[in-house]
Ligand binder design. Structure first.
Ligand code: AMP
Length: 370
């Protein structure tokens, strides 16, 4: 009997930051990484890659060096940080989508412009290839209005879209799928608390495969303590500091986003490994930073246990979540005491690129099937 040959597809994933491009090339259906890398220092003084277009040309040259024929690439999946309320699914990029991503610049001024530069560079260089946008906010589109609405005058939601959006959605979605598999339960019947603890940190309550609450809000500043971001604070502090220190809004923004969190408290580092070493040497502020960081996680896990009612597992991912057993033990010990059913504590390395590639190939197939 003649066997049907499975077609191999190559999917390139692109994650553009303001001065970097991370890429991975996957072959499907094997989901094998056949090339990957990062281009850094784009547009920085003393470095020769002037913009994202040049960066993308550099990426494609590396792929050619790896023996890839660029015409074999089926599609490109792009990470886009903010999809607003419009993009709740991975979306094939069209001129209308480009326009809409641009209109969301004011909601994500640090991220969406870089993401769009990568898209445009790819469209120009890899002409005719299907390009797909996968949004960090999309997984959180199922959060109900009572959880995403800030108690501010309602007109600001209408006027500016001020509400909680949540981020890291691709990571939370990926680990929740893997966790359900490990629990041998269908995703629709699994309740999870997923903790993404990296340089940025967020925590999500996932009910039956859907995000029902998450710690990041209108921007990635809200919620947990992070490497350099403060997470939750009393909003009146912003006004207080402005007045006492005579700071302009850009300076306040820099303090909250770049000078706070683990580095702000410890005055040592935003790198968790260095904090652990400093604490071992007896550094009191490094110890305090770790304690504040752990306690904020504990508080959110407790809140989300109440939101979910039943918790099958608490999942840890990201550089800190995967490597720092002390945090998992601290949360796990308390969870065992107070959350009924004794949720499992799991470590699942995240793979946002694989999730983006899977979304992309799904759209390729649905178009082929038309
Ligand atoms: P990510 O953004 O996911 O790459 O995570 C970065 C954070 O993970 C940094 O704070 C690192 O210090 C931390 N990290 C990575 N590896 C380890 C490790 N083996 N032990 C403790 N922290 C780690």
């Amino acid at each position: 009997m003649k066997r049907r040959q499975t077609r191999t597809d190559l999917v390139l994933t692109i994650n553009c930051g303001s001065s970097s491009i991370k890429y991975k090339l996957f072959s499907f259906p094997e989901e094998k990484v056949i090339s990957k890398g990062i281009v850094e220092h784009i547009g920085e003084k003393g470095h020769n890659i002037s913009d994202h277009h040049a960066g993308m040309e550099y990426v494609l040259d590396r792929l050619i060096d790896d023996g890839i024929d660029l015409s074999d690439i089926t599609a490109v999946g792009h990470r886009v940080v903010h999809g607003g309320e419009e993009f709740i699914e991975p979306t094939v990029i069209s001129p209308r989508v480009v326009k809409k991503i641009r209109s969301l610049f004011s909601l994500a001024p640090l991220h969406n412009p870089a993401n769009l530069e990568g898209i445009i560079a790819c469209q120009n260089i890899l002409k005719g290839k299907l390009q797909v946008a996968v949004f960090d906010t999309a997984f959180h589109s199922t959060i109900p209005d009572y959880a995403f609405t800030y108690a501010l005058p309602y007109e600001y939601y209408k006027k500016y879209g001020i509400r909680r959006y949540g981020f890291h959605g691709t990571s939370h979605r990926y680990v929740s799928i893997i966790a359900s598999k490990r629990l041998k339960k269908s995703v629709s019947k699994t309740n999870l608390i997923t903790c993404h603890l990296g340089n940025g940190c967020s925590i999500t309550a996932v009910k039956g495969g859907c995000s029902v609450d998450t710690s990041m809000g209108f921007t990635p500043l809200e919620g947990l303590v992070m490497g350099t971001r403060c997470g939750d604070i009393d909003p009146a502090l912003v006004l207080f500091l402005q007045e006492k220190e005579g700071l302009a809004s850009e300076e306040i923004d820099r303090i909250l986003n770049k000078k706070s969190g683990l580095i702000g408290i410890s005055q040592v580092s935003n790198d968790f490994r260095e904090l652990i070493q400093a604490r071992a040497r007896g550094n009191k502020l490094a110890r305090l930073a770790i304690e504040v960081f752990k306690y904020r996680i504990l508080k959110y896990v407790g809140a989300y246990a109440m939101v979910l009612g039943r918790v099958d597992a608490i999942v840890f991912t990201g550089g800190i979540g995967e490597n720092v057993k002390e945090i998992r033990d601290y949360v796990g010990k308390q969870a065992k005491k107070v959350i009924s059913g004794q949720p499992k504590i799991m470590v699942i390395p995240t793979d946002e690129e694989l999730m983006i590639a899977r979304h992309t190939i799904k759209l390729v197939k649905s178009r082929r099937g038309r």
